[in-house]
Design a protein around this ligand. Structure first.
Ligand code: UD1
Length: 432
């Protein structure tokens, strides 16, 4: 199993290109199931989760080509974001089996488009990062509100809508990004109007709505908490660009805030992560939006402690909580970090402690007592965002840190070692 070896202590200086957002690319790829025509997606990041979803879509009959080539491995050996064409001419299988879905939670989302287009879908209950129970009750409730008959049977959700889904009003009892994606896709092909209230406002929802609109859907209000969808009989192909990854941008911004230095996050969009940028500014880093992206700079001054609570967009994202905790381990004082989205998202705490961090947990709040230095050590990645928090801490720690179970990082960070070493970090992948 690959490991990442880091020798900490260098400041970061240079340019880091920001990739297409994993969390936008996945629902956009799934939207290809809604039409028999070709959906072309630009700026798709080269990540393990994208490859896994390609396999899942392939099982349903989705064909794809990368920059004109059928084999993406040969077409894109270097691992840069690319343009991929997805064509679901016929849905050959309406079942998404356990072996495929258990590896990644977002693959459960195929239930929306497959059900809407085919009148039936059988999808295994999902897997993914072990960051809480992550149930699917909202998907089931919401699809039932659109007229689907749903049974949960031996680990599968079996959904049927023989006479097409019907538009309806649905109020999410809790904000869910995934359930908003799924209901928006399903309602696009339903009969009549659907109004989704308390919908997720994340930029990835807006990106999906733009894609569906380009495919011929009638959607208003994406990006607000009320989304209205007037169902249409069929959708067509389209060409859409995946938005830049706000979580990747925020992660590297925090790395610079921690190590010190001066880095341009090329292609990052400040509007997509205002809450996080404000927090990073308050820690003492200089953040300057410029045409080419976001410039992050910290020279000399210490890191100020800042309290943070995770919230749905536009609040501080849960996907940056672990990285921010990494940054706070070296702040000049005490900070409180409260997680409100997932109940079990503090698994990085014990690993950060191996590097010398002082963190105590009190329910859903972590109290971080900043230390003047961290010391490198072997650590274990437990989930996607937790693992990158260990990388950030390792960059600032004295001596050598090895991060084990790197496959978590490969799910969500494109060319991480290359991007960081390009800015002066000592970081390498050790195979085997
Ligand atoms: C997405 C993101 C993930 C991010 C999360 C919150 C992708 C691929 N993943 O995950 O990186 O951390 O949004 O911003 O885009 N819930 C229920 N019942 C449900 C569905 C969700 O109780 O049926 C709960 C979850 O357990 C969680 C909360 O709702 O506590 C929010 O989860 P949700 O927004 O659905 O997260 P994902 O879409 O899975």
């Amino acid at each position: 199993m690959d490991r990442i070896r880091i020798v900490g202590g260098n400041t970061l200086a240079g340019t880091i290109p920001i990739s297409g957002a994993k969390n936008a690319a996945l629902p956009l790829m799934i939207a290809s199931l809604l039409t028999s025509q070709t959906l072309t997606l630009e700026n798709v990041p080269h990540l393990a989760d994208v490859e896994q979803l390609i396999r899942i879509l392939g099982n349903h009959g989705v064909d794809y080509s990368v920059n004109g080539k059928r084999d993406h491995q040969n077409g894109n050996a270097s691992g840069y974001s690319r343009t991929i064409n997805f064509t679901a001419r016929d849905i050959v299988d309406t079942t998404a089996p356990y072996e495929l879905v258990s590896k990644m939670r977002a693959s459960f989302w195929v239930i929306g488009p497959v059900l809407a287009r085919m009148g039936e879908a059988k999808v295994s209950l999902p897997g993914g990062c072990a960051i809480g129970t992550r149930p699917v009750d909202l998907f089931i409730d919401g699809l039932q509100a659109l007229g689907a008959d749903i049974d949960v049977d031996t680990g599968y959700v079996v959904a049927k809508a023989k006479n097409r889904l019907r538009g309806n009003r649905y109020v999410f009892p809790k904000v869910s990004v995934g359930a908003t994606h799924v209901l928006m896709m399903a309602a696009s092909l339903a009969r009549g109007e659907t109004v989704l209230e308390n919908a997720a406002r994340e930029p990835e929802v807006v990106n999906l709505a733009e894609c569906l609109i380009a495919m011929g859907a009638k959607i208003h209000g994406a990006g607000t908490s009320t989304i209205t969808i007037e169902g249409v009989d069929e959708l067509s192909g389209a060409q859409v660009r995946v938005i830049p990854d706000r979580i990747e941008a925020g992660t590297y911004a925090m790395a610079v805030a921690m190590t010190g230095g001066d880095v341009l996050l090329e292609g990052a969009e400040p509007d997509l992560l205002e809450a996080a940028l404000d927090v990073i500014r308050n820690t003492g880093a200089e953040i300057t939006p410029i045409n080419a992206g976001i410039r992050v700079k910290r020279n000399g001054a210490g890191i100020s402690p800042v309290d943070v609570t995770t919230e749905p967009f536009p609040g501080f994202p849960t996907d940056l909580q672990a990285q921010f905790m990494g940054l706070m381990t070296m702040a000049k004082g005490k900070s409180r970090i409260t997680e409100t989205i997932f109940e079990n998202r503090f698994m990085h705490v014990q690993e950060l402690a191996r590097l010398g961090a002082h963190i105590t947990l009190s329910g859903q709040t972590a109290i971080v007592e900043g230390v003047s230095k961290l010391k490198g050590a072997p650590v274990m990645a437990t989930d996607l965002r937790a693992s990158v928090s260990l990388v950030i801490a390792g960059l600032a720690a004295e001596g050598e840190t090895t991060v084990n179970r790197v496959y978590h990082l490969d799910r969500g960070f494109e060319r991480l070692e290359e991007k960081l070493s390009g800015c002066g970090a000592v970081i390498e992948r050790i195979s085997g």
